[in-house]
Design a binder for this molecule. Structure first.
Ligand SMILES: *[C@@H]1O[C@H](CO)[C@@H](O)[C@H](O)[C@H]1NC(C)=O
Ligand SMILES: *[C@@H]1O[C@H](CO)[C@@H](O)[C@H](O)[C@H]1NC(C)=O
Length: 321
């Protein structure tokens, strides 16, 4: 495999994680387990950071690091904690930020990071909503920053939405793609900055229609979940909507699908619900879901993650055959 072009020196790639919440640690675990040449520095202002990392890195790792493995990572300096932002970024090849979703926080931190980081360092933000063009306003060189938005949790879900600003240098985008393609991920570059990027928009469009159908008394929340889990869920894991409906049209492809079914599609669109947040449905729906599924159960969540990983790895080995 061709070596990725990420500004790696002496075969190493130094990644600084800013913000060690769930997403930050999930990315740290991903870099450490997917890239034997990765050295990860974590910067976070929370107290007792080392104890926190011991407690939580194991839980977020694809390989589930044991306490001993974490100790080895620290001893071998593949994992470090930085005590200041400038120390954290000084020798980084990549700075990956997952601080609070606060525009003013992000514009300030990138301005500071830019002062201390090397001129070739890549700057990635995990934001789910603040575009790189807004985050970069105080930077001297706005061409270095882009959004790398995970579909949570990043150590399980392969997708990364790569969202450059109009000023991001295409070379920076390419280096970012190279890094992730060599780390077993599926990066997709978006053509322009857009509210919510793409994966969440698609999911939230479905969510809106699901809520509307519950409101109309067509199906219960549990019914909707069963319908999704037993139809488009598995289908879309194998072939997305365009690939699926193109096949669904037979020899004539997507055009035939539209010619045959387009009227029904249009009827569904015309009838689709326009629910909005804060309306009267919200309280009763949340109560019904709570009654149906009860409290968040960590064991069940862990099992769900394991099953998702198993399905993804089955697909991967099948596709490799
Ligand atoms: C970190 O681990 C501790 C101990 O297991 C746990 O109480 C805490 O909720 C974890 N924090 C996060 C952000 O997952
Ligand atoms: C956002 O960040 C700024 C600067 O770091 C801070 O002053 C402000 O209180 C933050 N806002 C919120 C809502 O947390």
């Amino acid at each position: 495999m061709e070596e990725p072009h990420t500004g790696e020196r002496g075969g190493r790639v130094c990644i600084t994680i800013i913000g060690a919440g769930t997403i930050g640690l999930s990315f740290a675990a991903l870099h450490l387990s997917q890239r034997p040449n990765a050295e990860v520095t974590i910067y976070d202002t929370r107290p007792e950071l080392e104890a926190y990392v011991y407690d939580n890195l194991s839980a977020s790792s694809p390989r589930a690091f044991t306490e001993e493995q974490i100790r080895d990572l620290f001893t071998s300096k593949r994992l470090r904690l930085a005590s200041s932002l400038s120390e954290a970024v000084r020798s980084a090849d990549i700075v990956q930020e997952q601080g609070p979703e606060n525009e003013s926080f992000k514009t300030h931190i990138w301005e500071k990071i830019e002062q201390d980081a090397s001129p070739t360092c890549l700057f990635w933000s995990s934001t789910s909503g603040i575009p790189a063009s807004k985050q970069a306003v105080n930077m001297k060189s706005k061409s270095r920053l882009l959004v790398v938005h995970p579909y949570n949790p990043p150590h399980i879900m392969p997708l990364l939405e790569i969202v450059p600003s109009p000023e991001t240098d295409p070379v920076i985008v390419q280096r970012t793609l190279d890094y992730w393609k060599h780390s077993g991920r599926v990066p997709v570059v978006l053509g322009k900055e857009t509210v919510g990027f793409v994966a969440n928009r698609l999911a939230f469009a479905l969510l809106r229609e699901a809520i509307s159908l519950v409101n109309e008394g067509v199906a219960s929340p549990q019914d909707i979940d069963q319908i999704v889990e037993n139809s488009m869920g598995p289908r879309w894991m194998v072939a997305g909507p365009f690939k699926s409906y193109h096949a669904g049209g037979g020899a004539g492809g997507l055009q035939s699908f539209f010619d045959n079914i387009g009227g029904t599609v249009q009827d569904c669109w015309d009838d689709s619900g326009k629910v909005n947040m804060g309306e009267a449905w919200e309280g009763p729906l949340c109560e019904e879901v709570q009654r149906t599924y009860g409290k968040r159960d960590p064991v069940e969540l862990q099992e769900r993650s394991e099953l998702t990983k198993l399905l993804l790895s089955t697909r991967e080995s099948h596709n490799a055959e």
